[in-house]
Ligand binder design. Structure first.
Ligand SMILES: *[C@@H]1O[C@H](CO)[C@@H](O)[C@H](O)[C@H]1NC(C)=O
Ligand SMILES: *[C@@H]1O[C@H](CO)[C@@H](O)[C@H](O)[C@H]1NC(C)=O
Ligand SMILES: *[C@@H]1O[C@H](CO)[C@@H](O)[C@H](O)[C@H]1NC(C)=O
Ligand SMILES: *[C@@H]1O[C@H](CO)[C@@H](O)[C@H](O)[C@H]1NC(C)=O
Length: 277
């Protein structure tokens, strides 16, 4: 199953070519705002990988980043990067952590063996008692929501049962998030869609550029990545604005100070703001 997923990832993200700057300057500045001052960032490389993950999760209480990496044996293992100690470890006991998400207390892993729930403070790992579940993408928003593989349909977990999200029963979904108002945003190969909290209408927001990834920041704003950059959805829905001039971004999350952490085809990078002078 994991090999299928790997090929599916290749199909979803066709050719991403990553070029390291010749001068290897890690400071980048972009002029995306009308403001004359460029915003500048230092690119902090947190990890380098052969196959980069498309879902990352950050646990603020322990200041740790979670991401899956290909073990080479057809399974993804969960890696844990502690921002304070800069130590990279592998969390033992999870069979296949392809998808991952976090909330204030827990980190969730999904893969060919279903869903695991991990409390990083108590170091308690538990597999949810649902069999025959292959997870493509996962989010925690009071309940655990996830996309099943290979159907790419959205479900949630409640009272030891798996239930479809009614409004999206017939939608093929590659990735989704909830914003701070509990609206659902999702992407599939047709485009970016939104479903307002309590509404049954699935609205097409944008079908150009093609978005490969979606994530939500610490204040509940929704970010998207395409081949040419990282975008944010404005509070006035339907407005999608370019915010980071970065190419080849595959997966995104945000640290506790709301700095962007992203993966491209080789690396996991954190953008730390610096003054433009
Ligand atoms: C975006 O990045 C590219 C390549 O680094 C650069 O040539 C271009 O000027 C940048 N655009 C903006 C608006 O900063
Ligand atoms: C899903 O498809 C079924 C069968 O075509 C239809 O009866 C149902 O109304 C659809 N549901 C939604 C939410 O679109
Ligand atoms: C993406 O989702 C929309 C909304 O449900 C649907 O109309 C469209 O067919 C989907 N695209 C694909 C490729 O499944
Ligand atoms: C809408 O959001 C509120 C909280 O803002 C939540 O309590 C409610 O369950 C949400 N409704 C749906 C259908 O998700």
């Amino acid at each position: 199953m994991s090999m299928c997923k790997f090929y599916a990832v290749m199909a979803l993200y066709p050719v991403i070519i990553y070029c390291k700057e010749v001068l290897n300057s890690n400071k980048i500045c972009d002029q995306l705002s009308e403001n004359l001052n460029a915003r500048c960032y230092i690119k902090e490389n947190l990890a380098s990988l052969v196959h980069s993950p498309n879902q990352l999760a950050f646990h603020s209480v322990t200041n740790t980043l979670y991401f899956g990496f290909d073990s080479g044996l057809g399974e993804y293992l969960p890696a844990v990067y502690n921002i304070d100690t800069k130590k990279l470890t592998v969390l033992k006991g999870v069979k296949d952590a392809f998808a991952m998400a976090s909330d204030a207390n827990e980190v969730y892993f999904g893969g060919s063996y279903g869903i695991y729930r991990y409390n990083p403070v108590l170091k308690r790992l538990k597999r949810l008692g649902v069999s025959n579940l292959d997870i493509w993408w996962i989010q925690a928003n009071a309940k655990i929501y996830f996309i099943k593989f290979p159907s790419l349909r959205l479900y949630y977990y409640e009272n030891r049962q798996i239930k479809p999200v009614p409004q999206l029963r017939n939608s093929t979904i590659n990735q989704f998030v909830f914003d701070s108002d509990n609206n659902i945003f999702f992407i599939n190969s047709t485009g970016l869609f939104g479903v307002k909290n309590c509404s049954n209408n699935v609205i097409l927001i944008k079908d150009n550029p093609k978005f490969h990834g979606i994530a939500v920041d610490t204040s509940g704003h929704v970010y998207l990545c395409s081949d040419d950059g990282v975008y944010v959805i404005g509070k006035m829905l339907q407005k999608v604005k370019l915010v980071y001039n970065l190419s080849g971004v595959l997966g995104m999350t945000f640290d506790k100070d709301n700095n962007l952490i992203y993966s491209d085809s080789h690396d996991i990078i954190r953008l730390k703001p610096v003054s433009s002078q």
